[in-house]
Design a protein around this ligand. Structure first.
Ligand code: PEP
Ligand code: MN
Length: 360
């Protein structure tokens, strides 16, 4: 892939400040709501006002957006406050209207990124545009699909592109509405180091209490910006009420974030170290998650052994696991000693779990 068209320069058009911030309601609801939020955002570190005009909803019957009239309200918000504007587009018709109303940033939603036909239609509609196009990750954890969508816009001659990480849908019940799966955007950054990456903590969390910690993790991982849903009356928002925050809370979040800048060698070193440590912390959390899942299976095995009255320790099986893991360890440059102590510890814990089930 030719990466020469990718750069972060377009960010400077919006602000020299770090991070770049897009904020505004999940949905434009009324003209007065849009103008009230815009006026409140004017006094914060926000660079761009967002508002959903056409809303992709999971179930029919939910509020599906005010439609094109919302573009007029956003245009007025821009006139009144000087804030640039951003909307989601999901069809060439949306693109046409958004361009007519001089929206500054068009973003592709997660439910659109999954569909290469739609993405191609949008790329064709935006051919050679000098507007900024942001591509949200697809709802499913598929890095290639995300990359493919970016490539379609690059191929269409769009030069101001960015990616938005909004998490991945999951059937499992977790503390987030959408699982961040940080390793996916980390791999994305490794592939496209010059493409601005923005976090959408609102759609990841689904819960306003988690906005700050997610935003801080993003800055620690060297993201370039944030997109945060902000509403004048979050609890009564017509969509995504639980995750929206007021402009005042937004300013509070922004003012408490530790912003990592690179200044000189020592700063650069610290910044690199922070990023790597944030990666390590995420992987360590995943290690615990995986081990806990393994123990749940050990519990089930304990249940089966109990039912059939079979001994916990099955030496042959254990030797086979160890042999296989030693081999895999070697292939991954991990020492035999390490694999041995790691798996002995895991085996011990597993026996403990089974013992609890059988005799506990
Ligand atoms: C949104 O930003 O309001 C939205 C619908 O986001 P996503 O495409 O990430 O679900
Ligand atoms: Mn939303």
């Amino acid at each position: 892939m030719d990466n020469t068209n990718m750069n972060k320069l377009w960010l400077n058009e919006f602000s020299e400040l770090n991070p770049f911030v897009i904020a505004g309601p999940c949905s434009a609801e009324t003209e007065s709501q849009v103008i009230e939020i815009a006026n409140a955002l004017k006094n914060t570190n926000v660079n761009v006002m967002r508002a959903g005009i056409w809303k992709p909803r999971t179930r029919p019957g939910s509020f599906e957006g005010v439609g094109a009239i919302g573009l007029k309200w956003l245009q007025k918000a821009k006139e009144v406050t000087g804030l640039k504007t951003a909307v989601e587009v999901a069809s060439p018709h949306h693109v046409k209207l958004a361009l007519e109303y001089n929206v500054d940033i068009l973003w592709i939603g997660a439910r659109t990124t999954v569909n290469p036909f739609l993405v191609q239609d949008l790329a064709d509609a935006l051919k050679n545009t000098d507007k900024v196009v942001l591509v949200k990750n697809p709802v499913n954890p598929d890095l290639a699909l995300w990359i493919g969508a970016i490539e379609r816009f690059l191929d269409a001659g769009v030069t101001k592109i960015g990616a938005v990480h909004r998490g991945f849908s999951t059937y499992e019940k977790i503390k987030y509405r959408n699982n961040p799966q940080w390793q996916i955007p980390i791999n994305f950054q490794a592939k496209f180091p010059n493409l601005p990456l923005i976090l959408d903590p609102s759609h990841i969390s689904g819960n306003r209490d988690l906005i700050f910690e997610l935003s801080q993790t993003a800055l620690d991982l060297n993201y370039d910006g944030l997109m945060i849903e902000t509403h004048n009356n979050p609890d009564n928002a017509w969509s995504d009420a639980a995750q929206q925050i007021t402009p005042e809370s937004l300013q509070n979040v922004l003012s408490h974030l530790q912003i990592r800048r690179s200044k000189g060698e020592t700063e650069g070193y610290k910044k690199e170290l922070l990023k790597l440590r944030a990666n390590i912390d995420i992987l360590d959390e995943q290690l615990i998650d995986i081990i806990a899942k393994r123990m749940l299976i050990a519990d089930k095995i304990g249940g089966v052994k109990k039912e059939y009255n079979v001994a916990i320790l099955q030496s042959e099986r254990w030797q086979a696991i160890l042999k296989k893991m030693m081999q895999q360890g070697l292939e991954n440059h991990l020492t035999e000693d390490f694999i041995l102590s790691l798996f002995n510890a895991i085996h011990q814990e597993s026996i403990h779990h089974q013992n609890e089930i059988i005799n506990g």
